[in-house]
Design a protein around this ligand. Structure first.
Ligand code: UT7
Length: 335
């Protein structure tokens, strides 16, 4: 009896964009009442990148990251079928950032859309993009995580302004018979939506002088409460994915965690039984870039990865949204 090989969605290239400008802990000491030691020990962050205010925004970073991924894979923009952009800082509420990226790239055969899942955005977009490949609906999908967090951060609020940075990461998804996304678990829990949100600017509180005066167009977070949920939910969902797929720590070459807080990452790795060297961490250099953290990690570690490596990607963010995905890597690093 002949069996049809699986049509998995594999990551075949990774691109990135990081602005040149650095915002260090020392810079923040000049802006709010904080200090380098507090930021490093509570979060692991030393500096973040800031895009600045010269007319460039999320679509620009997303385009740069996507173009780099296509170039690395030797693909033309016309080869792209589908573009999924995860972001909470779209250039505009509409049109979707995916439309702007499509136009910037000249991806004339593509359709696309944005996906809003805060810090879990890339993970959700990866699962979504993979479905188009697995079903045969698309052959080449761009999955992009991009956020200009500096556009919604209040730089007078020391509890949030130390956390976030700007950046973008993009992956190409293509069909593969062996490597690719194997399993994903995702959750939402809207009961706690008020703990991490941006209140103003939407249809509930359209922008007015009053909403702006009240700072409702800034990201708002109850950090300590969010931490409690993040630290347990992220570890739980990673263990759930390991159990569902009969994985031991030896089967996992790398954990690719959302970069919100070093302590959350450490606790997750510990629950999974993973040593430090198996955990991708770049929060020290980029802070929390929301939808971009996971692809930026993949970009930084790409040279270390080998075909067949088992990776668990995980995230937790506003909504709440959270999840974990298990995938096998498709190519040897440095290719
Ligand atoms: O990515 C999406 C999901 N988000 C997350 O996963 C973030 C989760 N939360 C966190 O990472 C942490 O809660 C924070 C890093 C945001 C805060 O760390 P914490 O250990 O939870 O600190 P805390 O909020 O409990 O504050 C401890 C103290 C407070 O002072 P008192 O009340 O003990 O006197 C704060 O006022 O630290 C104070 N504090 C600061 N001190 C210096 C708060 N922010 C700062 C600051 N510099 N920037």
């Amino acid at each position: 009896m002949s069996t049809t090989p699986p049509r998995r969605a594999a990551i075949t290239a990774v691109g990135h964009y990081l602005p040149e400008e650095r915002l260090t802990n020392g810079d923040l000491e000049e802006m709010v009442e904080t200090n380098d030691e507090w930021i490093r020990t509570r979060t692991g962050i030393r500096e973040r990148r800031i895009l600045g205010d010269d007319g460039k925004a999320t679509a620009f970073m997303a385009t740069e990251a996507a173009q780099e991924a296509l170039d690395k894979r030797g693909l033309a923009p016309e080869d792209v079928d589908t573009i999924v952009v995860a972001t909470v800082t779209p250039d505009m509420l509409f049109p979707a950032t995916a439309c702007l990226v499509q136009d910037n790239l000249g991806a004339n055969n593509a359709w696309g859309f944005d996906l809003s899942a805060a810090c879990s955005g890339f993970l959700y977009a990866l699962t979504t993009g993979a479905k188009f490949v697995e079903s045969g609906q698309s052959d080449t999908v761009l999955v992009i995580g991009a956020d200009k967090m500096s556009s919604i951060v209040d730089y007078t609020d020391r509890t949030t302004c130390i956390l976030f940075g700007d950046g973008a990461g993009a992956v190409v998804l293509e069909a593969d018979e062996e490597a690719g996304l194997v399993d994903s678990v995702h959750h939402v829990d809207g009961e706690h939506s008020d703990l991490l949100c941006m209140r103003g600017g939407g249809s509930l509180h359209p922008p007015t002088h009053e909403t702006v005066d009240a700072g409702m167009h800034f990201l708002n977070q109850e950090g300590r409460q969010v931490f409690k949920f993040a630290v347990t939910r992220m570890a739980d969902v990673c263990v759930e994915v390991m159990e569902r797929n009969d994985l031991t720590a030896d089967d996992v070459q790398y954990l690719v965690p959302h970069q919100a807080n070093q302590r959350i990452i450490d606790a997750t790795a510990q629950r999974m039984g993973l040593d430090e060297e198996k955990v991708m961490v770049n929060i020290d250099r980029y802070g929390n870039t929301t939808a971009a953290t996971i692809p930026l990690c993949l970009y930084d570690w790409e040279d270390e990865l080998s075909a067949g490596d088992g990776l668990i990607l995980t995230a937790f963010g506003g909504g709440f949204t959270w999840g974990a995905s298990y995938l096998t890597w498709a190519y040897d690093g440095g290719q």
